[in-house]
Design a protein around this ligand. Structure first.
Ligand code: SF4
Length: 497
């Protein structure tokens, strides 16, 4: 026994000595380096500043931030998605914790005679590409999964989304990273996104390959194609997949070298005008036979008016079958801060503007509008429908359904929840079967609660929501109906009755 105690005390003194030695070494390193002022003036303890600053990012959401404080998504928003995904009650007690006074807060106008439950109906499938594509798509769900590339997200994440989308009967967008077998696995409807690098449909020179397009379109599950002009995280900049994530399989699917940074051009090299855009849409629609749309963030908008003029000159069948409008305030993709923060209009402004331009161009029945950008709770989705969206999509909402804790390390291959990492040890925690059910629950609860808002406003289904059903709080403290702030328009610019 005495031997054990004496051994332990020797070990203790040895460890203490090592620690003291490490502090002395760090002291001299810090004191005589010239790059960092704080460490030079306060050797060793100055390092605590950086450690605590890093840890603060993780602990803030648990201990310090209030329910409605964090960005990009606060705890109340995340908790709604978590509860919906787990099929737990989304009810709360003792009143709203939301401050209803900030400018822009949406307030829906409840009707004295809400729709009776027996009169309520589901939103019907909506046709996309009618009269233009050989195989139009009757999209069954108004809420769908936005683009997240395989490569940016992991195999179990793609599997869970694919299976969950099939259960909930919604579509899943591939993102620009090509079509992986895991997208097809669940049997859901798929929108194939074509980014500027044409991943998955490129030839050896990086140009669009018609043979590969036909091959992708041969999958019945692939219902539509989307040409991505820009995305919320980085309008004017191409996608970035760091070399650590470009393994052999991802390289093969994308048609790029393994182990090298995968950087997309900041624009489609062959699309530099509205005419070239319409030519490309017509070409892909002709080769694939399926509806073709575009995805864009709106900043300058004169080009959209000109696009609609050019469509009317060519004939309405030349139009994109849908336009996905993305808010300019970021998304799942990694991007430089100035682009996330200050480039591109927010969806609040861009969506009603695009709807009005489309309607003024007489293309209301021809082009479907898909809204994207921080729409993760029923009130945000209902606002988008009031503003004129035909469909709503979300990426980050589905990341929360998969278990994302908003650690915001998506570009580092160290995602603690296995969603955006290819490290098998971290992926282990993400069970695709379990998370697929959560994905489906999230979609179903979203459709249900958007329906509840619609019924409260006195309409039987969500797509009957109009601009006069929502009011926005204005700088003078009063709320005004959205149709006063954005009067809906008819062709030739007449204001609708
Ligand atoms: S947990 Fe963090 S790193 Fe993983 S997906 Fe969510 S935000 Fe990205």
């Amino acid at each position: 026994m005495i031997d054990i105690f004496s051994g332990l005390s020797t070990l203790f003194i040895f460890v203490l000595g090592l620690a003291a030695l490490a502090i002395v070494v760090l002291f001299f390193i810090d004191r005589y380096q010239t790059a960092d002022t704080v460490r030079r003036n306060y050797p060793v303890i100055g390092r605590m500043r950086y450690i605590l600053s890093d840890l603060g990012e993780f602990f803030r959401q648990y201990f310090f931030a209030m329910d409605r404080e964090e960005m990009p998504f606060n705890r109340a928003q995340r908790d709604w998605v978590y509860d919906a995904a787990k099929h737990e009650s989304t009810n709360v007690a003792f009143g709203s914790t939301r401050n209803l006074e900030p400018v822009g807060t949406p307030i829906f106008v409840n009707c004295p005679w809400p729709t009776l439950e027996e009169d309520a109906v589901e939103a019907a499938p909506m046709r996309i590409g009618d009269g233009a594509a050989r195989i139009p798509y009757d999209a069954p769900s108004l809420f769908n999964i936005s683009g997240m590339s395989y490569g940016a997200i992991s195999v179990p994440a793609v599997r869970a989304l694919s299976n969950g989308a099939a259960m909930a009967k919604c579509w899943m967008n591939t993102g620009e990273g090509g079509l992986a077998p895991y997208h097809l696995e669940g049997g859901c409807d798929i929108v194939f996104q074509i980014g500027t690098a044409k991943y998955g449909v490129r030839d050896e020179d990086g140009k669009l390959s018609d043979d590969k397009l036909r091959e992708v379109a041969s999958h019945e599950q692939v219902r539509m194609f989307e040409i991505k002009l820009s995305q919320g995280a980085k309008p004017g900049k191409g996608g970035i997949l760091p070399a650590t994530k470009v393994n052999a399989e991802i390289a093969k699917i994308r048609g790029i070298p393994e182990g090298e940074d995968s950087i997309s051009p900041n624009r489609h090299p062959e699309i530099g005008s509205n005419a070239e855009l319409l030519d490309m849409i017509a070409h892909i629609r002709e080769v694939t036979g399926k509806p073709v749309g575009i995805k864009t963030v709106i900043g300058a908008y004169g080009w959209i008016e000109e696009l609609f003029e050019e469509i009317n000159a060519r004939g309405q069948e030349s139009a994109p079958d849908f336009i996905t409008v993305d808010g300019g305030d970021g998304g799942t993709g990694a991007a430089p801060l100035p682009l996330i923060d200050n480039v591109g209009l927010t969806l609040r402004e861009a969506l009603p503007m695009l709807v009005d331009l489309r309607d003024a161009g007489g293309l209301k029945d021809r082009i479907r509008i898909v809204a994207s950008g921080k729409l993760v709770t029923p009130s945000e989705v209902a606002w988008a429908l009031c503003a004129g969206a035909d469909f709503v999509i979300s990426a980050r909402g589905f990341m929360f359904a998969l278990g994302c804790i908003q650690a915001m390390k998506c570009n580092k291959n160290t995602c603690p929840t296995g969603i955006t990492t290819h490290d098998p040890a971290l992926q282990r925690g993400l069970d695709p079967a379990n998370k697929a059910v959560r994905v489906a629950n999230f979609v179903e609860q979203m459709r249900k609660e958007v329906g509840v808002i619609a019924h409260s406003c006195g309409v039987p289904e969500p797509r009957r929501l109009k601009r006069y059903h929502v009011r926005l709080v204005c700088p003078d403290g009063r709320s005004r109906p959205l149709d006063e702030l954005w009067p809906p328009v008819r062709p030739e610019g007449q204001v609708a009755a």
